[in-house]
Structures are given as structure tokens and as C-alpha cells.
Design a protein around this ligand. Structure first.
Ligand code: UD1
Ligand code: CA
Length: 455
């Protein structure tokens, strides 16, 4: 087995992005571009990975953590200069080194593997991964001689009119013989339109040294797309989304309208779950089997067990157990947890509250900072009054309690199991088991008084 290393270039500012955020930290389907690259390198079983950081180095380090080693490029003098900064970490190693940019989020592990195989079969000093771009503007072009042998790469800004007409582009991914890479880098100059040390110049240098230079042309241009601005970011997101949705469907998830279904890269969904159109599922959400996610729902970093129904609702950091249903138009906020077969109907909000199995919260209710037992009925328009203007307070409700409509439960209180709250009550004191609480003014009927009113 050949020793394999990889270098991820992520030191450049990414001026064309026009952003406060580092270019490689922009997200494609919920995951930063540089993390997409890293995940695929890891999947290709490359363990020794060095990321070149420079501009806002710490933000990139925070995103990737200890999964990679880092080389610092203090000044961004070009992609060749960036690779030179890894010499202390890699220069002495035998084997091959894959170089990838942090702004090409769509490459797959399979492509990296194919590139390395092609490279090894040809005993090359370098194999350039190329593709055929419908519009090659902005990319380096692959210049071949009359018999099709790769001569060099020319950057857009340095290319002649004839060279600009070439559609075969440099994807920015290369497989190098490691030692030959570092030897050739010593010879590059910044004598070009951008005054930068181009990694691409290594190709002609190796060529002059009579080394074997080859190119492996991949079929799918989309996969090789580089993201330099927001237009490309949106395009890459579309391609990635299509890929994610296709995989989910192949795995047994029904997407009623994949074109309008937005699911992040790390979301997991079980078989026979049906996702209607206009749904957004984000972050590390895990959804079980046989669920229905109705049109227009937005679910973020939540866990849904099997057989859960969500209708046009918003969930964030919530957990919903099997058989429960939510919505339409309800909101589960962080730390809301619904037990098995809980029903949360329309226009309800639940925050930092556990609701036990079989409990029903049908309509227009706010439950915050509370623990509810099993098989409770919460009437319409109940408010758990959890905030006194300074602190939040907690409420507990025991199994099989009944809370009448339009009640205010002023925390902290404890409503015991099997107790009953009469409709329209404002509960400020705890209630014992089997007691009924009624906390509202008594009704007074005044005979014939309505006749005296202007109505
Ligand atoms: C580069 C290639 C081009 C190729 C294209 C593919 C060069 C000179 N050009 O152009 O042939 O078609 O990628 O997408 O290599 N970076 C550093 N330090 C620097 C400069 C850049 O780390 O000093 C990093 C950037 O953060 C980025 C990557 O290198 O992740 C590529 O740089 P970028 O400026 O985007 O190069 P392109 O113009 O796209
Ligand atoms: Ca780029």
C-alpha cells in the first residue's frame, strides 16, 4: 500500500464571495464546504490530512478541529505558495499526496480513488483531475499538444484567446508523487498576471524535468465545480440537494416533490417516511420510519422516532416519540420532548417541557418549563405562565389530570395526578390528587339589565 496524504487549501480570503465569513466556511446543505471536502477524503481512507490555513485561520480550525493537521500560510501568495507551507509536515514522506481546494464541495471519495488508481497505474509524477466545462470561464485550462499529451495549465487571466477556448479545465485536484511535488515547488515563480505562486506551474516544471504528467478526465463537470461566489454557491447547493434527495429516495424515503425539499447532508431518515413538498430539514436531525412530514414544515436538529406526523410546523432541538403528532402550525422549541402518542394540535408552542405519553394538547396553548405526565387533557387556550419578568419557573402536572380551557397555570405550581382545573381558572396554588380547582370570579346574572344597555 502506498502512503497517502492530502492537502486541503483553505488559506485564501475568497474576495469574490463578498462576505464577512471565510469562503470555505460557507455552507452547502448544512455543512461547510471545507467539511464536505474533508468527509470525502476521510471516506477515501486518507488519514494524514494537512489543511493550509491563513486568512481567519482560527475560524477554519474551529470548524475542522483535530481531524486534520494545520500549516499556516501567513500571506496568501498563491496556491503553490500555500502547498509549500506544508513542507515541514509532509516534505520527508514517500508516497502520494492529493491536493484539493476547500472551495470544491461536490467531489466524492469515489472520484478521489479513481484519480489515485489512474495515477498509480501510470507511475506518474502528477495526475491532474480535469473535467469538461460547458462554460470554462474562470478555471485554469488544460493545454495539450497535437497528440493529446498534457503540456501545462494556463490560468484564465494568463490565457490567450485560443487557450480560453479550451473547455477542459483544471478541477484544482491533483495526485502528486509527494517528493516530486516538493522538489518542483522550489522552482516556481510569481511571474504571471496575478503575481502569485501558482501550484499549476508545477505541471510544466515536472514536464521540463521529463517526469510523467497525466490527466484523468472525470465525466461529471458538476462534481468538480469550484465555488468562488454566491451564484456558484447556490448552484452547488442545488446539485448537492439533488444528490441527497436521490440517495434518500433510493434508501426508501418518499419525497413527494424533491425539487422543493431541502434536506441537509447529515440528516438521517428511515424507510417509508413520506416528506411532502416545501419541507426543510436541517442539521443533525434524525427521523425514524413511517413518519409523515407535511408540507411547509421546518425541522432543525431534532429527533423524531417512528410513526410521527408533523403538519406544517416548526421544530428546533425537539424530540418526538413514536405515534405522536404535531400541527398544523405549531412550534416545538429547544428541549421540547413529546412522549409516545402525544397529540399537539394547532397553534401550540412547547419549550423546555416534557409531555408524557398519550397526553393531548389540542389548540392554542403555550407550555414552557414544565413536566407533564401521561394521558392528561390540556384544554384550548391554556397558558403555562412560566416567566415573572426576571426568572423562569417550573410546573409539574401529574398523570390523568384535566386542565380546562383558557386556564393560566402560574408557575411554580404542582398540579397532582387525577386533579381537575375548571375552565378559565388562574392557578397560583398547587392542587392535590383528585381535587378540583376553580379560580375565577363567580358569575352574576342581572335580570332584564341588558335592556338598559345601549346595544
Ligand atoms: C484554482 C486553480 C485553477 C482551477 C481552480 C479550480 C491555481 C493557480 N488555479 O483557481 O487552475 O481551475 O482552482 O477550482 O491554482 N488558497 C490558499 N492560499 C493562497 C491562494 C489560494 O490557500 O494563497 C486556497 C483558497 O483558499 C482556495 C484554493 O486555494 O480554497 C483555490 O484558490 P482560488 O483563489 O479559489 O483559486 P481559483 O482562482 O479558483
Ligand atoms: Ca476557487
Amino acid at each position: 500500500m502506498v502512503n497517502k496524504n492530502a492537502i486541503i487549501l483553505a488559506a485564501g480570503k475568497g474576495t469574490r464571495m463578498k462576505s464577512k465569513l471565510h469562503k470555505v466556511l460557507h455552507q452547502v446543505c448544512g455543512k461547510t464546504m471545507v467539511e464536505h471536502v474533508l468527509t470525502q477524503l476521510q471516506e477515501a481512507k486518507i488519514e494524514n490530512i494537512v489543511t493550509v490555513v491563513g486568512y481567519e485561520a482560527d475560524t477554519v480550525k474551529d470548524a475542522l478541529g483535530s481531524q486534520v493537521h494545520y500549516a499556516l500560510q501567513k500571506q496568501q501568495l498563491g496556491t503553490g505558495h500555500a502547498v509549500m507551507q506544508t513542507e515541514d509536515l509532509l516534505g520527508d514522506l514517500d508516497g502520494e499526496t492529493l491536493v484539493v481546494s476547500g472551495d470544491t464541495p461536490l467531489f466524492t471519495a469515489a472520484t478521489f480513488n479513481h484519480l489515485c488508481q489512474y495515477h498509480e497505474q501510470r507511475h506518474a509524477a502528477v495526475t491532474i483531475l480535469t473535467s469538461n466545462a460547458p462554460d470554462p470561464t474562470g478555471y485554469g485550462r488544460i493545454v495539450r499538444n497535437e497528440v493529446g499529451i498534457v503540456e501545462r495549465i494556463v490560468e484564465q487571466k494568463d490565457a490567450s484567446v485560443e487557450e480560453q477556448a479550451i473547455h477542459e479545465i483544471n478541477t484544482g485536484v491533483y495526485c502528486f508523487d509527494n517528493r516530486k511535488l516538493f522538489a518542483a515547488l522550489k522552482k516556481i515563480t510569481n511571474n504571471n498576471a496575478q503575481g502569485e505562486y501558482y501550484l499549476t506551474d508545477v505541471i510544466s516544471i515536472l514536464k521540463e524535468d521529463n517526469e510523467i504528467v497525466t490527466a484523468y478526465q472525470m465525466e461529471d463537470f458538476d462534481e468538480s465545480m469550484g465555488v468562488n461566489d454566491r451564484v456558484a454557491l447556490a448552484r452547488a447547493t442545488k446539485i448537492m440537494q439533488n444528490r441527497i434527495n436521490t440517495q434518500l429516495m433510493k434508501d426508501g424515503v418518499t419525497l413527494v416533490d424533491p425539487a422543493t425539499t431541502y434536506i441537509d447532508a447529515d440528516v438521517q431518515i428511515g424507510q417509508d417516511t413520506v416528506i411532502e413538498g416545501g419541507v426543510v430539514i436541517k442539521g443533525r436531525t434524525v427521523i425514524g420510519a413511517d413518519c409523515l412530514i407535511g408540507a411547509g414544515s421546518r425541522i432543525e436538529n431534532s429527533i423524531l422516532h417512528d410513526d410521527v406526523t408533523i403538519m406544517s410546523s416548526a421544530l428546533e432541538q425537539a424530540e418526538v416519540h413514536s405515534g405522536a403528532d404535531v400541527g398544523p402550525n405549531s412550534h416545538l422549541r429547544p428541549k421540547a420532548e413529546l412522549g409516545e402518542n402525544v397529540h399537539v394540535g394547532n397553534f401550540c408552542e412547547v419549550k423546555k417541557a416534557y409531555i408524557g405519553a398519550g397526553t393531548k394538547v389540542g389548540h392554542l396553548t403555550y407550555i414552557g418549563d414544565a413536566t407533564l405526565g401521561k394521558n392528561i387533557n390540556v384544554g384550548c387556550g391554556v397558558v403555562f405562565v412560566n416567566y415573572d419578568g426576571t426568572n423562569k419557573h417550573h410546573t409539574t402536572v401529574g398523570d390523568h389530570a384535566f386542565i380546562g380551557s383558557n386556564s393560566n397555570i402560574v408557575a411554580p405550581v404542582n398540579i397532582a395526578a387525577d386533579s381537575f382545573v375548571a375552565a378559565g381558572s388562574t392557578i397560583t396554588d398547587s392542587i392535590k390528587q383528585f381535587d378540583m380547582a376553580i379560580a375565577r370570579a363567580r358569575q352574576v346574572n342581572k335580570p332584564d339589565y341588558a335592556k338598559k344597555l345601549p346595544w
